[in-house]
Design a protein around this ligand. Structure first.
Ligand code: FES
Length: 377
């Protein structure tokens, strides 16, 4: 029967039709022939049916419990860095935070998914249908009502109304999952990692001087968080580079601060020594930020914040391994020349003190890393 020959009911006729009639109408209009459409459990209350119900309920309970565990970990597990040398157990507990958050939330998604798939396989009527290919068209009111009727019919015939165990556990599992998902959205307000660091902590890095005249040295990471190894110009060969972190003399005896300085997410800097004769274009207002052939750029990619940890001597480019952004430091002031990053890497103004150590003249003058909502530069 072609589309033109089929009688499409008016809205008034639709309103008069029962759900069964709409289901039949929907299949007719779609040229669907139902070869088989059987309830999964024609005899109610068998032990096999109860077993199927219990297995689905179990997955909903697992989903609920793992979401409760996720919320508990998110809210109460210690998440701040703990120095492994001074407190190995504290460091172990801290290092479990992210894996546990991921594990419990992943498990809750998986469990809800398994429960829904199992319900479909065990209770939604078994259907074998054949449909003729025809041109697609937008949904009409008839399509909408017949499809709704078909779905409602399948839901009813799955026996959901009398399956209180599944309804209760689904309420718990899916409800808890919704709470967990909501917590993710507002997590930063519930547990604010910047709460003790002041409202302007995003506006500066650890290269900022705390008082006039304070020296902020450049320190390399030796693998031992309490060791202080400062950087001098002669430590880097022409064409070489080193990753450096800020060091202040007042932290020398403070193991916690020494370890934290190497963990500070926004302070890592690439100190590069260009080959003699290199004359990169200087950025306006930053003409004196370099010290001879030495240039210091933020290591945090301006795309989405990965470390730009590769320096290719031949091309003079810093490479970010995450999405292959490249920043030209030989010809320009670390301008992006390839990949998704659009901002140059911020340059740290540096010099060498009277004892021959590199020091920062002052903090970066623009935000490091990717854009964030408070940025105005
Ligand atoms: S984070 Fe560096 S290219 Fe994406």
């Amino acid at each position: 029967m072609s589309d033109e020959q089929k009688k499409v009911p008016t809205e008034a006729e639709l309103a008069e039709m029962s759900r069964d009639e709409k289901v039949r109408l929907g299949t007719e209009l779609d040229d669907v022939e139902l070869v088989e459409y059987q309830d999964r459990w024609p005899v109610e209350g068998t032990r096999a049916e109860k077993r199927a119900e219990r297995s689905i309920a179990m997955w909903f309970v697992i989903a609920g419990l793992s979401t409760v565990a996720f919320i508990a970990v998110f809210l109460f597990w210690p998440y701040r860095y703990v120095d492994p040398l001074s407190d190995p157990q504290g460091n172990l507990i801290y290092s479990l935070y992210t894996p546990l958050v991921g594990f419990f939330f992943g498990l809750s998604i998986l469990a809800v998914g398994i429960a829904v798939v199992l319900y479909t396989k065990k209770f939604i009527p078994h259907e074998v249908a054949v449909q003729q290919r025809h041109d697609g068209h937008g949904s009409s009111e008839v399509d909408r009502q017949t499809t709704t009727a078909l779905l409602a019919d399948a839901g009813d015939r799955s026996g959901i109304a009398r399956r209180s165990l599944i309804k209760r556990t689904a309420g718990f599992g899916v409800g808890a999952f919704g709470l967990g998902a909501g917590l993710l959205a507002i997590g930063g307000f519930v547990r604010d990692p910047w709460a003790d660091e002041g409202a302007d902590s995003l506006q500066h890095t650890d290269w900022m001087k705390r008082y006039q005249g304070e020296k902020i040295y450049m320190r390399r990471s030796t693998g031992h968080p309490h060791e202080v190894s400062l950087v001098r110009p002669e430590d880097i060969d022409a064409g070489g580079f080193e990753t450096v972190y800020p060091f202040r003399e007042s932290d020398r005896e403070d193991d916690h601060e020494l370890a934290m300085a190497l963990k500070s997410g926004d302070s890592a800097v690439m100190l590069i020594r260009l080959r003699p004769g290199s004359t990169p274009q200087k950025r306006k207002g930053q003409e004196d930020f370099n010290y001879g052939d030495y240039y210091a750029y933020s290591k945090i990619c301006t795309h989405v914040g990965c470390p730009t940890s590769l320096f290719e001597q031949q091309t003079g480019r810093l490479l970010c391994p995450c999405h292959q952004s490249q920043f030209d430091v030989v010809n320009t002031y670390a301008k992006p020349v390839f990949g998704p990053a659009t901002r140059s890497l911020p340059q740290l103004p540096i010099t060498v003190d009277e004892e021959g150590y590199f020091v920062a003249k002052h903090d970066f003058i623009e935000p490091v890393g990717p854009a964030y909502w408070e940025r105005n530069a």
